[in-house]
Design a protein around this ligand. Sequence first.
Ligand code: XMP
Length: 430
Amino acid sequence: MKQDLIVILDLGSTQNTVIAREIRSLGVYSEIHPHDITAEELKGLDNVKGIVLNGGENRMVDGQAVEIRPELYELGYPMISVDYPQSECEKRFDELPTQEELKSFIFEDCRAEANWNMKNFIEDQVELIRQQVGDKKVLLALSGGVDSSVVAAMLIKAIGQQLVCVHVNHGLMRKNESESVVKVFRDELHANLIYVDASERFLGKLENVADPEQKRKIIGGEFIRVFEEEARKLEGIDFLGQGTIYPDIIESGTKTAKMVKSHHNVGGLPEDLKFELVEPLKQLFKDEVRACGVELGLPHDMVYRQPFPGPGLGVRCLGAITRERLEAVRESDAILREEFTKAGLDKKVWQYFTVVPDFKSVGMKNHARVFEYMVIIRAINTVDAMTASVEKVDWEVLERITNRILAEVEHVNRVCYDMSPKPPATIEFE
Ligand code: XMP
């Protein structure tokens, strides 16, 4: 391994990732581990240069304060503690150390080198993947989202044709999205890519289904089935690649960290499809995943794209999906994205999309009465998607988008702008 490591032991702090990111920003790799790690486990980690014992408000578990194993003090690693009164370290901090204090610990006490960068990270991961996989094959569901795209690029670099990517087009992708996945991965990166056009199958299953939860279940369930069918056609696959990233792991909770949500990998794959997982991004934060994608040569648009829900346009074509309205969502979304890019808003706004409800309103086209659908534009900003505020889009930009949608999208006679923050609204409509 090329990188020195500072280990953070989680004794109930809510600030583990803050310290981890601070250390990484100083160019030194850092990982969060549970407080009850054993001396053996710690010694098993590569290039450990020092340890931060990080206490905090969740230090009481079942009425008892958690402690590290005393033998860790004997290992001779430089240590500091934060908000951990029982600590036996020399240097103790009551609150988060300043950057200067961290620097002094990392570079003077621990003598760590600032050798954490994407190039080294990728070289390390490529080596680890080759060791893990040997001459076996890896299967990867390539949605075209940031995480799966970066994992694919990493695996292609490490094992080339031993990676089999499966891209399932569920018919609910944005305009030209599947085409771009095929172009980048098959044509440019020469990936071994199986493209499955399952649009008809998905739309068939979704016919007349209006309930949002039901729609989501059908899309998720069908996705697993299509992927499983493809997996069964292939021979000699032992591994499954996954775009698990660091927040997924941390949010699943260590003993002391509050569980935010359970981390589920490709949930729902049948038991008899037994794969060992390959998760080369599992130590990266989202912005690091993007930097890794850029370093691996993926197009900027693919790496910096806005979040897109798994069920795709299916949750933006409200109620029971029809081809007519799905097309209206897809086309209006493409116009919105084009105009946002022209206005420079694509770099400013966190998420923006269009929605088409399943009711009509009266209008007039060519001096005749029409009864047609409406397009709702939504543009929001958020940090963590838990709360969101509405972007105050320039009136002229909104007018331009509205005029284009009314002129270019069939079956639409009205455009609205959604002014609702989250809460009480959610970001998506379904
Ligand atoms: P809500 O609508 O809950 O959305 O305010 C929060 C964020 O999550 C995205 N979203 C999803 N992402 N699978 C995903 O990967 C999903 O099923 C899903 N549903 C919502 C949504 O686009 C927003 O960014």
